[in-house]
Design a protein around this ligand. Sequence first.
Ligand SMILES: CCCCCCCC(=O)SCCNC(=O)CCNC(=O)[C@H](O)C(C)(C)COP(=O)(O)OP(=O)(O)OC[C@H]1O[C@@H](n2cnc3c(N)ncnc32)[C@H](O)[C@@H]1OP(=O)(O)O
Length: 194
Amino acid sequence: MSGRNTALTPPDDAAAPVRHPDAPAPGEPLGAHYGHCFGCGEGQPHGLHLEARAGEGVRVSAEFTVKPAHQGAPGLAHGGVLATALDETLGSLNWLLRVIAVTGRLETDFVRPVPVGTVLYLEAEVTAVAGRKIYSTAVGRIGGPQGPVAVRADALFIEVKVDHFIDNGRPEEIRAAMSDPDQVRRTRAFEVNP
Ligand SMILES: CCCCCCCC(=O)SCCNC(=O)CCNC(=O)[C@H](O)C(C)(C)COP(=O)(O)OP(=O)(O)OC[C@H]1O[C@@H](n2cnc3c(N)ncnc32)[C@H](O)[C@@H]1OP(=O)(O)O
């Protein structure tokens, strides 16, 4: 990727993020953006079933309970699953911006082991926007919303057109999502990330 700026630090001329006027009110649950999403969908038996809600500004909070299906080492959450929880929480910020964007880069720190049965309390915020690039950061705590940090991440999401999904997604899922009679579900499946 030489010649391109892939840094996770916003450039000096980056702008502050702007919460969309139609963004859900602080405290309002965001719900699943797509029923088959591994991060938040209700249609994934071993998925994370992550539940996010809007915060102030361009912030969200979320909880994810680590289940036996999420193990890496015996009794401990798999690091990739924890990265998914961070990615999903960060991705849900796009719904507050009303921007279609996908993860370009996700840098994760694993600070403490997370046992099965633990609730991971996640918080994420957009820190800056520069053109199509959305800079964001997240932490996950255990033992309570104010507990010690177990994981954290910095991310760069890149704004895309809806064609990103239509051109690249498998046709059967695209067709099914596009023909969903529920307009909100149809919109969110593509506006955020299928
Ligand atoms: C509720 C919501 C839940 C959401 C779930 C969580 C979200 C996800 O997991 S999304 C799924 C995972 N992500 C993907 O599949 C994305 C796959 N990648 C792609 O499709 C493309 O590489 C894409 C769209 C990211 C960028 O491609 P493209 O649009 O051609 O970008 P391009 O024009 O080359 O670059 C634009 C800018 O972004 C930067 N950029 C592009 N890719 C990256 C990257 N991987 N890392 C860092 N920066 C990048 C470029 O450097 C460039 O910046 P600058 O202009 O300052 O040099």
